[in-house]
Design a protein around this ligand. Structure first.
Ligand code: SAM
Length: 281
């Protein structure tokens, strides 16, 4: 079941051409998921990812990534997708909010418990493009799905989320996958402050531990993604959450690589945070 917020800011015939550069990064993630889903031993199956790439007229990757940075980003995207899949289902919340959902199809591909509501928030054009592709495929969500076009840097989205049926008095699960790195530190802090105000005690939040993006090696073929990185809260992300009412746990990319027998292409400092909202003092 899909309900949708106002799409008045979406073009009538959405195409990938109408996407802002930051929203086009969702296509890069879809390409990673399409490639992983085509492997004989995938860590997840996203049966819709290839259709997004095709609709955007992007060539599907026939072979694996070539450069060191591309290999690292693909390994990161694959292991992160699987980690968040597992942890969102384990959270056991019947309200799930996908911040900057992009072309994430978890509402359609994960085995959600009956009664789960999934809210997807992102900029209008990318959600319109996504709906067009999913509708053409006849994709059926496996949860009660609500699509909310929203700029997460604007102050109005929390009220719209509540208007759409989200209940801030009950525990929820939140995902901010591949988002904070595109924000300035103060923007990331404001967004996490808004999330905290909606997250009842026991709610869970999943996101990347930030890194020093200035240390990223340059690869011209990936500049359309990496040039947009502003770092978010960087390596201070976990400390920020710990200081703002969350209890955090860190899982390193290296640990996930060992868990899934997927050796990393090189040393990595990447890690993922699972934060649980503490009761108010
Ligand atoms: N989370 C998705 C995934 O992992 O497949 C998409 C990640 S993509 C790298 C980054 C997403 O952030 C894009 O879909 C983009 O539109 C979204 N985004 C960036 N800034 C945003 C904002 N201010 N409000 C809403 N969405 C935003």
């Amino acid at each position: 079941m899909t309900t949708s917020g106002s799409t008045s800011d979406s073009p009538s015939a959405p195409t990938s051409e109408s996407l802002r550069p930051v929203s086009r990064t969702a296509l890069s993630v879809a390409l990673v998921r399409a490639y992983e889903s085509s492997r004989p031993d995938p860590l997840f199956d996203d049966p819709y990812a290839a259709a997004f790439a095709t609709a955007a007229e992007l060539p599907l990757p026939a072979a694996g990534p070539r450069s060191g940075l591309a290999k690292a980003l693909v390994a990161h995207g694959v292991l992160r997708t699987r980690f968040y899949d597992d942890r969102l289902l384990a959270a056991g919340a019947d309200q799930v909010v996908l911040l900057a959902a992009g072309l994430d199809t978890r509402a359609h591909r994960l085995d959600w418990p009956a009664g789960t509501r999934v809210f997807e928030l992102d900029l209008g054009p990318v959600l319109a493009f996504k709906e067009q592709v999913l509708d053409a495929l006849g994709a059926v969500p496996r949860a009660r799905r609500t699509v909310l076009p929203a700029d997460l840097l604007e102050p109005h989205w929390p009220a719209r989320l509540v208007d759409a049926g989200f209940d801030p008095a009950r525990p929820s699960a939140w995902l901010a996958e591949g988002l904070l790195v595109y924000l300035a530190p103060e923007e990331a802090a404001a967004l996490l402050t808004a999330v905290a105000a909606l997250a009842a005690p026991g709610s869970r939040l999943l996101l990347e531990q930030g890194r020093d993006v200035t240390a990223t090696p340059h690869d011209p073929s990936l500049a359309h993604v990496t040039d947009l990185w502003r770092g978010g809260l960087g390596p201070g992300t976990r400390d920020w959450l710990d200081g703002h009412g969350w209890a955090t746990e860190l899982t390193t990319l290296d640990r996930l690589a060992r868990r899934h027998a997927r050796p990393l292409p090189g040393p990595s400092t990447a890690a993922f945070i699972e934060a649980v909202r503490r009761p108010a003092d």
